[in-house]
Write a protein that binds this ligand. Structure first.
Ligand code: NAD
Length: 350
C-alpha cells in the first residue's frame, strides 16, 4: 500500500516489501518495515526514484559496473546481483560494483541470492547521502557511516550456507533507532555523546549536536569500515564520505561485489566435506554458557525465521511512524491500523 502510494509499480512494491519483511523475519528489525518512513522522506525530497532499472555502465568481461540511478536498492541491487550471477556462469568470477543505490537494505539478501545460485560472494558497502554516524577509532565525532560487509558461501545438503552479514559499527544505526523508539539502552561501548564520552543512551544520535556510533573491534572494525569507503564508495565510481560530496538528506549505498563459482577452485564434494567438517568442529567447542551454544554465521537469522514464522513484532513508535508516513502519501491510516497483527502475507501488502 505505502510503496505503491509512493509511485512504485506493483512488482517493485512486492520486491521491496518482501525484502523488508525478510529482514524482520531474520531478526534485523533495523532493516525491516521500520525503514518505510525513511523511504517516504527520500521520496519527498525526490532523492529516491521509483521504478528504476539498474544500468550497466561498464561491461568488460568479468568486470560489470552498475549504476543504480537512486532507485530502490532492494530492486537495483537485486538486478545487479542477478546479472553478476548470470555472467559468473560463464566467467567463473565477476567483479560487479554497483553505485548510487538508494538504501540496499539487508546486504545478506544479496549474499543469499549468490548462495542460492551455488556461488560465493563478497560485499563491501559504504553509506553516504546523510550526516556521518560512526566515529573513527580514537576519534570523538562521526566521519563515516555503518558501512556493512557481507561474506557468503553456498552450503551442502547437511550444512546451510554460511553467511556473515554485519555493520562495521558495533551496532547498526537502525538498531539504535529501534532501541530509541522502544526506550531501551544501547549495548555498552556502542555509542559516544557529542563530547566523545561513552554512553548507552541512543537519544544522543537523534539530537543536535549529535553523538556517534563506534566501530566494532576497535582499530580492526575501523580499518574494515575505511575499506568499505575505498572499495564500495571509491572503486564503484560513487562517493566516499569525505566532505567534498553533497549531503542530501537521503541514503545512498555503493556496493563493491565479487561473485565467484567455488567449483572453479575446488571439487564440490571436497568443498562440502571440508565445510561440514569445519563448521561441526568449531560448533563442538564446549559452550561457555550452556544456554548459548557456538553458532555458525547465518544460524541466528535462520533460527529467527522459524521463531517469527507467524508474525513479526513492530513496536508502537515504529508503527506510528509507518502509519504517519503512509498518511503523507495518501494511504488512509484506518486501512493500516486494521493491520494490528502483522503476519508476513499482510505486511507484504504494505
Ligand atoms: P549483527 O550484529 O546481528 O551481526 C549479524 C551477523 O553476525 C550475521 O551474519 C549473524 O549470522 C552473525 N552472528 C550473530 N550472532 C552470532 C553468533 N553468536 N555466532 C555466530 N555468528 C553470529 O548485525 P548488524 O551488524 O546489526 O547488521 C544488521 C543488518 O544491518 C545486516 O543485515 C546489515 O547488512 C544491515 N546493514 C545495512 C546497512 C546499509 O547501509 N544498507 C548498513 C549497516 C547494516
Amino acid at each position: 500500500m505505502i510503496l505503491e502510494a509512493g509511485g512504485s509499480e506493483p512488482e517493485e512494491a512486492r520486491i521491496v516489501a518482501d525484502h523488508l519483511v525478510l529482514a524482520n523475519l531474520s531478526g534485523h528489525d533495523s532493516h525491516g518495515v521500520g525503514m518505510l518512513p525513511a523511504y517516504e522522506r527520500s521520496l519527498g525530497n525526490e532523492t529516491l526514484k521509483p521504478n528504476r532499472t539498474v544500468e550497466l555502465v561498464r561491461d568488460d568481461g568479468a568486470i560489470m559496473m552498475f549504476d543504480g540511478g537512486m532507485g530502490y536498492g532492494q530492486v537495483v541491487g537485486r538486478q545487479a546481483t542477478d546479472a553478476a550471477i548470470e555472467r559468473c556462469r560463464g566467467t567463473g568470477i565477476v567483479l560487479a560494483p554497483v553505485r548510487n543505490c538508494h538504501h540496499l537494505g539487508r546486504i545478506g539478501t544479496y549474499g543469499e541470492q549468490a548462495a542460492d545460485a551455488g556461488f560465493a560472494s563478497l560485499h563491501f558497502v559504504n553509506v553516504v547521502g546523510h550526516q556521518a554516524l560512526v566515529a573513527p577509532y580514537r576519534g570523538t565525532d562521526a566521519r563515516y557511516s555503518t558501512n556493512p560487509i557481507c561474506l557468503s558461501l553456498p552450503g551442502s545438503d547437511r550444512q546451510p550456507p554460511v553467511l556473515l552479514d554485519m555493520a562495521t559499527s558495533r551496532i547498526a544505526h537502525g538498531k539504535a533507532r529501534v532501541a530509541h523508539n522502544r526506550g531501551e539502552q544501547a549495548p555498552e561501548g556502542s555509542l559516544i555523546d557529542h563530547r566523545g564520552r561513552t554512553t548507552r543512551d541512543p537519544s544522543v544520535l537523534f539530537q543536535q549536536p549529535a553523538g556517534a556510533l563506534t566501530s566494532f573491534g576497535d582499530h580492526k572494525g575501523y580499518g574494515l569500515a575505511v575499506f568499505c569507503e575505498l572499495l564500495g564508495g571509491m572503486m564503484s565510481g560513487g562517493h566516499t564520505s569525505q566532505p567534498e560530496h553533497e549531503v542530501e538528506g537521503t541514503i545512498v549505498n555503493n556496493m563493491f561485489m565479487v561473485v565467484f563459482d567455488p567449483e572453479r577452485l575446488v571439487e564440490r564434494s571436497a568443498m562440502e566435506h571440508e565445510l561440514e567438517a569445519l563448521i561441526a568442529h568449531v560448533k563442538a567447542s564446549p559452550a561457555a554458557d550452556p544456554e548459548e551454544p557456538v553458532l555458525a554465521p547465518g544460524d541466528p537469522e535462520r533460527a529467527m525465521r522459524v521463531e517469527r514464522a507467524e508474525a513479526i513484532p513492530v513496536d508502537a513508535e515504529s508503527w506510528r511512524q509507518i502509519v504517519a508516513a503512509g498518511a503523507r502519501l495518501g494511504v488512509d491510516p484506518a486501512r493500516l491500523e486494521a493491520l494490528t497483527a502483522l503476519v508476513p502475507g499482510v505486511v507484504a501488502a504494505l
